[in-house]
Structures are given as C-alpha cells and as structure tokens.
Design a protein around this ligand. Structure first.
Ligand code: ATP
Ligand code: AMO
Length: 428
C-alpha cells in the first residue's frame, strides 16, 4: 500500500508511524527548519523537516520541490500546539512520486480566483481546491439521496438508448449523428422510452442519464449535455408523481445535512429540511401574481424571464405550478379541456423539473399529436405501446445540475459539471 492514512486520519493520531500521500500545497523554509504543507482530498498535514535530522542534501532536495508535486511522507505523527493544524509529521523519508512543472497554469493555494474559462481548461487543477470539490461531493450526495428514496419506493433503475431516431421535446434542439446509413440524433429525454416501459408492466422506473439539447443560447442555466433524473410510474396521476419528487428532494437535503456538514460549511450553505408537502399553485394563480406585479402576460403564454423573476420574488421556496394550459405543454401530457395535468417544480424564479400525468389513450394521443403538427407515423414504435394495454401513468424529468445549482447556491450551471458542454465548449 502506498499510503497507510489520509491526512484526516493522521490528524487523529499521536506518536504513531504513518505514511501519507498527496500534493505539495505550500513550502516554507525558515533556515534550518522547513514546513511542507501536504494536501489530499481530506485535508492537510504539516511535514516538519529539520535539517540536522533529514540531512543537508535531502533537506535541500525536499525544499526545492515545486508546488503541486506528488509526494509520500513516512514518519511519526505528533500533536503540537505550534502547528496551525494541531499536529505535524516528522518525516524520515519523502518519496517524490511526480514532479509538477512550474509555473502552474492555475494556482491551487492562491486565493485569487481565476475566471471560469481558465478554471475549466485546467479542471484537474481547479478541482484540487476544496470549495470546487465540495460542489461535486454535494452533487454526489444529492443524487444518492434521490436514488435512495426512489429505490425505497420500489422504482427499478433502467437505461434507455441515447442514440435515437426521433425528437421527443420538439425538433429544434437535436444533435444529429451519423448512424451508419441512417440519420439519428442524441436523445433529448428518455420520455418516450420510459412511457413504453409502462406498457411493459415495469410499473415504476427510474433513469439517471445524460440528455442532449442543441440549445443555441449561452446562458448560466442551460447546458448542451446535462444529467436528467427521470421517473415514470403506472396507475398514477400527477399528484403521485409530485409526491415522489418532493420526497426525493427532501431526502437529498436530509442526507446532505447528515453527511456533508463540512462541505456545506465550506460553501456557506444553510438549508433547513423543507417541510412537506411543497406549496402548489395553479398556472392561473401564478399568472395572477405576475399581472399584479405589473407584467403584461396573456393566458396561454409561458412565463418570460421577467415573469419568473416576479414569481420568484414572492416565492423563495420549492413550489409546484400545476394545471398548465395544454397549448404550451408537449403532446404526451394528458389534456383537461384547455388545461392539462402538467406541473413544473420551481425554486424561486428557477425551474427544476417538468412532469405530468400522461395521455395513455391511443386515439386521443394521436389527435393531440396531429393538432401540434406532428406526424404520428414518425412515432410508430411509441404509439404501438398504447394499442395493447397501456396503464394510466405519470412521471417527471429533473435536471440534476439545476438542482445542484439551487442547493449549493453557485451562480453558473457550469460550476455543477466537471467537464461542461456548452455552446462553444467541447474540450476538455
Ligand atoms: P425547459 O427545457 O423545460 O423548457 P428551461 O428552463 O430550459 O426548461 P426554456 O424554454 O429554455 O426552459 O426557458 C424558460 C424561460 O427562460 C423562457 O420563458 C424564456 O423566456 C427564458 N429564457 C430562455 N432563454 C433565455 C436566455 N438566453 N436568457 C434569459 N432567459 C431566457
Ligand atoms: P424538460 O424539457 O422540462 O422536460 O426537461 C426536464 C428538466 O431538465 C432540465 N433541463 C436542463 N438542464 C440543463 N440544461 C438544459 N439545456 C436543460 N434543459 C432541460 C430542467 C428541466 O426542468 N420529458 C420531460 C420530463 C417529463 O415530463 O417527464 C422533459 O424533458 O431542470
């Protein structure tokens, strides 16, 4: 084993021999004594080098090492009030595993914050910063909290194709791909497949997978590749789907509070576990709020950025907007006269999730498709599932990065993806 302890584990010991490994965060030389601050994912350790003990040659060699070089140090841990960390390691030996070039394209120890472009171009260095890594540790726990809740509710996790033949969420946002002699696309959403699985009798499905959207605009809340958490459940209406959604989010926040105290502190997050159920307002009520704020909006329009801001100023919490006009919702949503069984989950001015009870009646579905200008022939594999026993069903799709953005409070969605894909970025 290269290492015996992480820095965090070493910090708990006194008088024991350990081997810790990591990056050189900083080196300070004070004449005959030098301090190397070693960093790993879990924290820091101070290596105290005394020239008369390590020897003249080695002292010179070690103190000349560059920042961010990878080393292992073997030595005794000692609690001491003199060290800022409360302990030090007195190495007998330092093994240099990999030397870092100098200067670094992005400082790790420095407080100066580089611009996001430089950070993403040097993401491997950027992630060595505790506050950057914290976002991804939180992201991992949020996902785990949601998955855990849904698996406990008897959802089965599935994977559907990402190379597909048809659009699901409207035709303009598709990335074409060559598929041998056929035209294909990267999937925008597992929508059609998860519905087909309801006809298969899977009853409750969950998918966590990338979704691709050729959004032309460059905003702080749109990605061209994002992780979509999707559920679909049978013999259920939109209230059942909303119940699963609010339960998932509350479980994620509970889990964060239990397991990610340190990361939450680093990011200055202070969440209370939201109470259940989340507030529900209808589209008409939301429209009323927006109009009262002096914004001109017709019934049947989608909320503009300005309208969402007005809503957000009234509702700084998680809330659902229900009973949307059918004309602005996709064909697969179950209509209710000019209204629909669709909902969005919002937090303030931001949308996190769309969902609905679906239209499970073949004839009606085909009629809605036609009224929206779609050709049912292009959806043959999907429609077929509605002709031989399709139960009523409901579901939702949640953009993981949108939720992480809200929970961590970061301002740009790119900060929630390790290697983001946006309008101009394809590397790294
Ligand atoms: P979905 O993909 O589910 O529709 P979304 O939040 O990405 O979710 P959009 O239709 O892209 O939805 O945009 C929602 C609202 O945000 C729209 O009403 C639109 O006015 C506004 N919006 C869209 N693009 C931009 C942009 N580039 N800058 C500011 N606001 C925008
Ligand atoms: P919708 O198109 O609303 O619904 O997408 C679902 C959720 O995915 C997220 N999202 C995005 N996140 C980052 N960048 C983007 N470009 C982007 N586009 C969408 C949002 C959004 O709420 N099939 C339906 C879901 C369903 O009804 O089950 C769908 O895809 O958080």
């Amino acid at each position: 084993m290269l290492r015996t302890h992480t820095t965090k584990e070493a910090a708990q010991l006194d008088g024991e021999e350990v081997k810790v490994c990591g990056w050189i965060h900083d080196i300070r030389v004070l004449g005959k004594i030098a301090f190397i601050i070693l960093r790993d994912r879990y924290g820091f350790a101070q290596l105290t080098l005394i020239r008369s003990i390590v020897g003249k040659e080695k002292f010179k060699e070690y103190t000349k090492l560059t920042r961010e070089s990878v080393i292992c140090a073997k030595g005794k841990v000692q609690k001491t009030k003199q060290a800022k960390l409360g302990f030090e390691i007195l190495p007998e030996e330092i093994e240099v595993l990999n030397r870092a070039e100098s200067p670094l394209p992005l400082g790790v120890a420095d407080k100066v914050s580089a611009d996001l472009e430089t950070r993403i171009e040097n993401r491997f260095l950027d992630l060595r910063k505790r506050e950057v890594l914290a976002v991804f540790e939180i992201r991992s726990t949020i996902l785990q909290g949601i998955r855990e809740y849904l698996l406990n509710q008897n959802f089965v996790e599935v994977h559907t194709p990402k190379i597909v033949a048809t659009a699901t969420e409207g035709g303009t946002e598709l990335f074409p791909v060559k598929y041998f002699e056929k035209d294909a696309y990267l999937n925008q959403s597992p929508q059609l497949y998860k519905q087909v699985l309801m006809a298969a009798g899977l009853d409750r499905v969950l998918e966590v997978a990338p979704a691709f959207r050729a959004e032309e605009h460059n905003t702080t809340r749109h990605l061209n590749e994002f992780i979509s958490i999707d559920i679909e459940m049978s013999f259920a209406d939109e209230e059942d789907a909303m119940y699963m959604l609010e339960g998932s989010i509350v479980n994620a926040i509970k889990k964060l509070k239990e397991e990610r105290k340190e990361e939450m502190e680093i990011l200055g997050m202070n969440w209370e576990v939201p109470s259940l159920p989340f507030k529900r307002i209808t589209y008409d009520e939301a429209l009323e709020i927006v109009r009262k704020k002096g914004i001109d909006m017709e019934w049947g329009e989608d909320f503009s950025t300005e309208a969402l801001k007005a809503l957000g100023s009234e509702l700084q919490e998680f809330y659902f907007i229900t009973r949307w006009p059918m004309e602005i919702k996709p064909f697969y949503v179950l209509p209710d006269g000019k209204y629909s069984h669709a909902f969005d989950l919002m937090y303030g001015e931001r949308e996190i999730t769309s969902g609905a009870q679906r239209n499970h009646v073949y004839e009606s579905l085909v009629e809605v498709m036609r009224s929206k200008g779609l050709n049912p022939e292009n959806f043959e594999y999907y429609l077929r599932a509605f002709r031989y026993g399709m139960p009523p069903h409901a579901g939702w799709g949640l953009g993981l990065e949108r939720l992480v953005m809200i929970i961590t409070g970061v301002k740009n969605i790119r900060e929630c993806v390790i290697f983001p894909r946006d309008r101009t970025r394809l590397v790294p």
